[in-house]
Design a protein. Structure first.
Lengths: 114, 112
């Protein structure tokens, strides 16, 4: 058990809908990272938050947004969903986001857009 | 061309064999990660390297910065090692620790 909790484990929804994925980092970790794993693109970095502030952005679509709350949990919001958004979404956490820190991954949320 | 290339894509081994998975990258990096993803989907970070060699149990990871190449070795392989192994690099020049470029993965199957 990595200590990173993601909910829900599975999500099935329809095109055009909006969903929220939730991530609770390991106790004491200030950084949260979101990744998308799809069959055609593989794993891609989406966004990082550190202690409530956005720290870095990757290949995140404008239809997607994230935030990190004062209790350090994070939510990834996906809107106007398309079939191509079907993927496994992971979050990871680390202590402070420094260069030599190990990442701890959650078990992922499998999103299916029908 | 992908910035991170792994070989082989698929690997089948007999229990007890020595296994090597390779990762080549084309960009300057500050760190390289080896990750393990089991069939259930969860990802575990095995190693993070910026130079040299690291060992943990039966797993050994090496990196050659000049040649832009890393290898993951598994000694005395076991069926429970069956998983997808993913190489990921963090580009040099600063930026987020988690802003990684991932390889496509090597699917390892170890037969009893």
């Amino acid at each position: 058990d990595s200590g990173v909790t993601q909910t829900p484990k599975h999500l099935i929804t329809a095109t055009g809908q909006r969903v929220t994925l939730r991530c609770s980092p390991r106790s004491g970790d200030l950084s949260v990272y979101w990744y998308q794993q799809s069959l055609d693109q593989g794993l891609q970095f989406l966004i990082q938050y550190y202690n409530g502030e956005e720290r870095a952005k990757g290949n995140i679509l404008e239809r997607f947004s994230a935030q990190q709350f004062p209790d350090l949990h994070s939510e990834l919001n996906l809107s106007s969903l398309e079939l191509g958004d079907s993927a496994l979404y992971f979050c990871a956490s680390s202590v402070g986001g420094q260069i030599n820190e190990k990442l701890f991954f959650g078990s992922g949320t499998q999103l299916s857009v029908l | 061309k992908n910035e991170v290339e792994q070989s082989p894509q698929n690997l089948t081994a007999q229990e007890g064999e020595f296994i090597t998975i390779n990762c080549s990258y084309s960009v300057g990096i500050s760190a390289l990660h080896w990750l393990q993803q089991h069939p259930g989907g969860g990802i575990v970070s095995l190693f993070m390297l910026s130079s040299g060699k690291k060992k943990h149990g039966r797993l050994i990871a090496t990196i050659n910065i000049q040649e832009k190449h890393s290898s993951l070795h598994i000694t005395a392989s076991h069926p429970r090692d069956s998983a997808v192994y993913i190489c990921a690099v963090r580009k040099g020049g600063g930026g987020s620790q988690g802003n990684l470029i991932f390889g496509k993965g090597t699917k390892l199957s170890v037969k009893p």
